[in-house]
Design a protein around this ligand. Structure first.
Ligand SMILES: [Zn+2]
Length: 269
């Protein structure tokens, strides 16, 4: 059965002598993996359309039952070549592609995520600050997939977060948000040092930024001007949140039609 969709190439792995195992984020079918036969051959019909971050129109073949698909054809709409030719852009684009791969279950369409990733790649290509693009993408990705962090209250004591008093706060990825120092102390005492989920001490500036960023509609987020140190802290917290959530995302297993022993290299960073 053939099916088609707009698609963004998230990653690829060499497979055998000339094939590529491609991970695609498709507009209509979500995250998919497929084998592109002969993609690395001298006369590949794919050209550069299977390069990481390429955006194109894909035609795939295979029953929609979780079996590894065949990628028949990909016609490039926009190759995002500039993202592969600059190390910083490559790093940020790969971080966002990997975050989408980590959080999305396979074969469940998320048009919002598709649009978010496309816009983020466009912003990177246009020269926007990668650290900023990445943090706002991660926040939007978490929201689109139903995992928006809660940073406006203590998730244990249920009391609201305020700037008053200079109280310390922690970010607990496993709970998906913030816990005040007092409740975190109780949590640690009750659960013990091993049972207590890992927690990150949260700086007041980053806590305030995250509260504002999640409260503002996307169109108004340009008003926020987080400095580089704050963006770095926010990225680490969000990465930890995504890593924790990704462990719970139900991944549909792909039958071993393509033995992983043939995989020689990855081009995702
Ligand atoms: Zn509390």
């Amino acid at each position: 059965m053939f099916f088609e969709s707009q698609a963004i190439v998230l990653a690829g792995q060499k497979l055998g002598e000339a094939d590529t195992l491609v991970t695609l984020l498709t507009l209509d079918h979500g995250l998919l993996k497929g084998v592109a036969r002969g993609a690395r051959g001298m006369k590949s019909r794919f050209g550069s359309a299977l390069q990481p971050f390429s955006y194109g129109h894909a035609i795939l073949f295979g029953a929609r039952t979780g079996v590894l698909r065949r990628v028949n054809q990909v016609d490039a709409i926009h190759s995002f070549r500039a993202l592969r030719e600059d190390f910083d852009r490559l790093t940020w684009a790969a971080a966002m592609a990997n975050a989408a791969r980590a959080l999305l279950p396979e074969e469940q369409p998320s048009r919002e995520t598709f649009a978010l990733l496309l816009r983020a790649f466009q912003a990177l290509e246009a020269g926007a600050d990668g650290a900023r693009v990445n943090v706002f993408f991660l926040l939007a990705l978490l929201r689109a997939t139903g995992y928006q962090p809660r940073v406006d209250r203590c998730l244990v004591g249920r009391h609201p977060a305020t700037d008053a008093g200079g109280a310390r706060w922690f970010f607990v990825p496993h709970l998906g948000g913030t816990v005040c120092a007092s409740c975190h102390g109780t949590l640690t005492r009750e659960a013990g040092p091993i049972g207590c989920p890992s927690a990150w001490s949260l700086s007041p500036g980053t806590h305030a930024f995250l509260r504002q960023a999640l409260r503002l509609p996307p169109a108004l987020r340009d008003r926020l001007k987080p400095d580089p140190a704050l963006l770095t802290e926010a990225r680490r917290l969000l990465d930890a949140c995504i890593a924790d959530r990704s462990r719970r995302v139900a991944k549909r297993p792909i039958p071993a039609a393509a033995p992983p022993l043939n995989v020689r290299a990855r081009f995702d960073v």
